[in-house]
Design a binder for this molecule. Structure first.
Ligand code: BGC
Length: 379
């Protein structure tokens, strides 16, 4: 395990002040600053914080991890950041190794939210506090806080986007919709689906939306039947190819695809391209989430209609603040104590607001905030 070491012997820093400064920069200016960078040299060692992330293969988790390390180290903490290649056993042993190094707090973005109870018991036995990062950890009393973007709202924004773009309230229809859902082992996926399906399913019931593949879950609880394991683009691509080949014969066209995130959207977009759909003629509405670079480029090219942007920097700032509050014994920021029941208890949570980005707002939202440079997007 690689521990990042801090410059030793520097004293007298107001950590809380530096943290406040980080967040304020971003919030006040819509921020281009790299949070925490200005504070790295003026730290004492506040202790170890272990960070467990699911995989490097999806862009967002790389950004999440790098930003958390930057901010926490800026606040004077030592960090251990581990990625588990989407393998549950690997994540469990990484967490166990971190526990052996006596961290003060563990920040965990779980792969399987139901698989961590035993290892978290070991953490609790040593008095180590746990923050569930982005994804809730289930079936254990040993998760102290949860910080995430409002997952139900993410789905609602996707469903509402399709509703508005097809003008479902007024248009006669029927329109062809193909819905997808996220990884069955990810606790967030059911919230994304429910948020979207609460908007869209009344139109399926009324017949204004038709799902030619038949892959329309009867209820929100059946979402996993259309879940794409591990959020893999390739799996979404072959699923979409199958649906197009089998159910879209004789000139039938898909009008909208509910994709819960960008990695799935990417595969779906490749399948559409392969099936001969073209932008400007018959390309359907496609939703997404995360504002991954490839997807933002596809939005600019007209191949993806929207993404739900969750600024990973704001989540990292919030979690770092909570880590600091836990370690200092201050009151920990939460703004929701009702929604996230993990099967054992309701976990006090901090929910941030996700935001819709479309082709028209890429520049103002993503470039303006410094999330991407104009160069990266070819603007
Ligand atoms: C996250 C999404 C992400 C997905 C796949 C979810 O838990 O909330 O932002 O797209 O995992 O990594």
């Amino acid at each position: 395990m690689k521990l990042k070491t801090l410059v030793a012997g520097l004293t007298g820093v107001a950590l809380a002040m530096s943290m406040a400064a980080c967040s304020q920069d971003r919030n006040a200016t819509g921020g281009t600053s790299t949070s925490g960078a200005a504070t790295t040299a003026t730290s004492t060692d506040g202790g170890l914080v272990g960070i467990a992330m699911p995989t490097k293969s999806l862009e967002r988790w790389n950004n999440d991890g790098a930003h958390l390390v930057e901010v926490l180290e800026g606040m004077g903490y030592t960090t251990s950041l581990q990625y588990a290649d989407n393998k549950v056993d690997q994540q469990i042993s990484q967490i166990q190794n971190m526990i052996n190094s006596d961290p003060k707090v563990l920040v965990i973005a779980s792969i399987d939210g139901t698989a961590l109870s035993p290892v978290l018991q070991t953490a609790a036995d040593k008095g180590i506090k746990v923050i569930a990062y982005d994804r809730l950890i289930n079936d254990t009393p040993n998760v102290d806080y949860y910080a995430t973007f409002d997952n139900y709202q993410v789905g609602k924004l996707q469903g509402t986007y399709i509703e508005e773009q097809l003008d479902l309230k007024n248009a006669a229809g029927p329109f062809n919709l193909e819905p997808f859902a996220g990884s069955p082992d990810d606790n967030n996926a059911k919230f994304f689906f429910s948020g979207a399906w609460d908007i869209l399913s009344p139109y399926v019931t009324s017949g204004k939306l038709v799902v030619p593949s038949g892959k329309a879950p009867a209820t929100n609880d059946d979402w996993a039947s259309i879940g794409i394991q591990a959020w893999k683009s390739e799996t979404a691509q072959s699923e979409m190819q199958n649906r197009l080949n089998s159910f879209y014969t004789g000139g039938k066209k898909v009008n909208a695809v509910l994709s819960p995130n960008d990695s799935l959207a990417l595969g779906i977009e490749q399948a559409l391209e392969g099936a001969g759909y073209t932008v400007g003629t018959d390309w359907p509405i496609i939703t997404g989430q995360d504002a991954d670079l490839a997807n933002v480029k596809n939005m600019l090219d007209g191949k993806q209609s929207m993404t739900v942007w969750k600024d990973t920097r704001s989540l990292g700032d919030q979690v770092a603040k909570m880590v600091d509050q836990i370690i200092k014994g201050s009151k920990v920021d939460t703004n929701d104590t009702e929604t996230y029941d993990n099967g054992n208890k309701v976990v006090p949570s901090y929910l941030l607001d996700p935001q819709v980005v479309t082709k028209d707002t890429v520049e103002s939202a993503l470039v303006g905030s410094g999330f991407y440079t104009a160069d990266q997007l070819g603007l």
